[in-house]
Design a protein around this ligand. Sequence first.
Ligand code: SAM
Length: 290
Amino acid sequence: MLVKASGNDAACKPAAGLYLIATPIGHLGDITLRALAILSQADVIACEDTRNSGILLQAFGIKKPTFSYYDHNADARRPDILRRIAQGEVVALISDAGMPAIADPGFKLVRDCREVGFNVTVVPGANAAVTAVAGSGLPTDRFYFVGFLPPKSAARKKEIAGLKNVSATLVFYEAPARLAASLDDLAEVLGANRPAAVARELTKFYEEMRRGSLRELAAHYAAHEVKGEIVILVGKSENPEGAYDIDALLAQRLQQLSVRDATAEVAEMTGMAKKEVYARALALAEKQKD
Ligand code: SAM
């Protein structure tokens, strides 16, 4: 049921408090009427980047004082924002794109406002993760938002390893320069056959949704450099580890093949990470020698 919420529409000034306002992730048409109404009536707009948000506000003819609120000044700026709200101001928070507080500064401000009992209102709208999941064709019944992976491969693999048993579509934000390397690590740790998708430039002119196995996507992006904003999605394993008796498969292959070849074949068949299959193959081969 749709309702007209009091205090949040164009007709009346919103109540004092913090307003988290979603802005487009690309297409300007994705701003909401409610977002425009509140931005037009805010006393001040806290922006992740005042220059980026200036372009958006100008496009909609909104002239309001702005200041920056981003990772590196957030701790210093929060007391001032809380003081403004205490004095009765309407403070809007917007990020560079999408829903503030999702992989953006904002969480601590919301937490502090909640702790002192200030009004916090979320004005929903575009979000890259949800847009990507919805359009990916991967299962949407459960999805697990990871956000950005660490930039260095060793730390990245460690974090990915912690996701191995998550039975849901996994959602990552990634920078274009790291896309191929991250896909490679995902394939190595989660299994090269896992179904996946790369959503790029959602809602924009060059929007693209490329689907394939992690191996296929890693190979594609190793050969094709891309630009733009990216969400990586990894589907649940179609052949979960439990569905195979890995030791039985390996034992059978090891009767004819070397450890290395048996590993390659079983990893290919099951989608399991080669490293893991190799360790099991080695242990089995040792046992068979005894
Ligand atoms: N708060 C935002 C949201 O609600 O989606 C996300 C902010 S996060 C700092 C920025 C990342 O979101 C980008 O690096 C990219 O991974 C993803 N992203 C944002 N816009 C996107 C788009 N149009 N297409 C694909 N990914 C996007």
